[in-house]
Design a protein around this ligand. Structure first.
Ligand SMILES: Nc1ncnc2c1ncn2[C@@H]1O[C@H](COP(=O)(O)OP(=O)(O)OP(=O)(O)O)[C@@H](O)[C@H]1O
Length: 307
């Protein structure tokens, strides 16, 4: 189990009064999948780096079971065998092939096992056709997949992923995400994923940790946060939403009715595939709701919040 206990961190002594991470506490069980969400600059990447031991803490402690994760002041080489980190910079070897990169840290004493392991990982990240390709000729998304496979090669107990599919096109993203996250669950590898992408979170995360103003403001399952998102950023993970009388109301919660106090004029229709998102205007607000078909512009519509 990962135990993050009362950690506070600032990049410089000067900024210690306004730390990037301020007194954070949480734990992650073996095999558990935890997503870290928060606005840009809220400290998601910093948190992953601190957990990995890249920096010394101002205060607090981090443990994986009984092993304390120590920063560079106490550790000559950053990192531990049981933990891997896939940061936004991939740090691959450009002049050797994809399979050589993936197998880089696997023992050569067991060539058959090594070959099988590399093949298994090529399948997990869907790069079988690129095994013999030199990494320098790959696209950003392909490099990202090699970095993932290399991090998994020695079967870590916990993996830290920073925006793991950010360079990958939508076409490959869905199946790759399924493949990687299902693989981690199957092997009981804990993972912490910093992401802006709700698709990385909803179907996979056991818990979401929301960072805001240097603190954790929520640490709950996606289902619980969906019902009570607390802040607009969290709500945005679950779809388009409105703030009506200071309450977060999802677009799909608004229903058309004959009469109500909430009257809007249709301003714009957005095609969303199986439905349309309708932008309506009141005198001083913008309201979004969903409809099966586009609506006539300037038409007056009454809405109510569905129970
Ligand atoms: N090496 C560094 N030295 C000093 N300040 C840093 C450093 N790296 C990040 N910061 C600052 O720490 C804060 C948190 O940055 P961080 O990259 O952790 O945020 P993030 O939530 O991961 O952002 P994003 O979603 O944009 O990737 C920001 O204010 C950033 O400017």
């Amino acid at each position: 189990m990962l135990n993050v206990q009362n950690i506070t961190f600032s990049y410089t002594k000067k900024s210690a009064d306004t730390p990037v991470l301020n007194n954070l506490n949480f734990s992650v069980n073996r095999g558990e999948h935890v997503s870290i969400i928060g606005e840009s600059g809220s400290g998601k990447s910093t948190l992953l780096k601190v957990i990995y031991g890249e920096y010394d803490l101002n205060e607090g402690q981090i443990f994986w079971d009984d092993t304390e994760i120590l920063g560079p002041k106490y550790n000559l080489v950053v990192g531990y065998d049981f933990m891997k980190n896939v940061a936004q910079e991939f740090d691959l070897m450009p002049f050797i092939t994809v399979e050589e990169n993936i197998g880089k840290h696997l023992s050569n004493f067991f060539p058959k096992e090594k070959k099988e392991r590399v093949q298994e990982l090529l399948e997990v990240v869907e790069l079988e056709d690129f095994a013999k390709t030199k990494v320098k000729t790959l696209s950003g998304g392909q490099k990202q997949r090699v970095a993932l496979a290399r991090a998994l090669a020695n079967q870590p107990e916990i993996i830290l992923l920073d925006e793991p599919f950010s360079h990958i096109d939508n076409f490959h993203k869905q199946s790759l995400r399924r493949s990687v996250f299902n693989y981690l669950k199957e092997k009981n590898i804990a993972c912490i994923v910093a992401t802006h992408d709700s698709e990385d979170v909803l179907a996979y995360a056991d818990r979401m940790i929301v960072l805001h103003d240097s603190k954790i403001i929520a640490n709950k399952s996606p289902q619980e946060l969906y019902k009570n998102p607390q802040i607009p950023l969290t709500a945005s993970f679950f779809g388009e939403f409105n703030l009506i009388n200071d309450q977060i109301i999802y677009a799909h919660q608004l229903q058309r009715v004959e009469k109500s106090d909430l009257k809007i004029k249709v301003y714009r229709n957005y095609f969303k595939g199986h439905y349309y998102l309708i932008e309506g205007r009141t005198d001083d607000d913008i309201i979004f709701f969903e409809n099966d078909s586009p609506l006539d512009l300037n038409q007056e519509i009454c809405l109510k919040v569905a129970k």
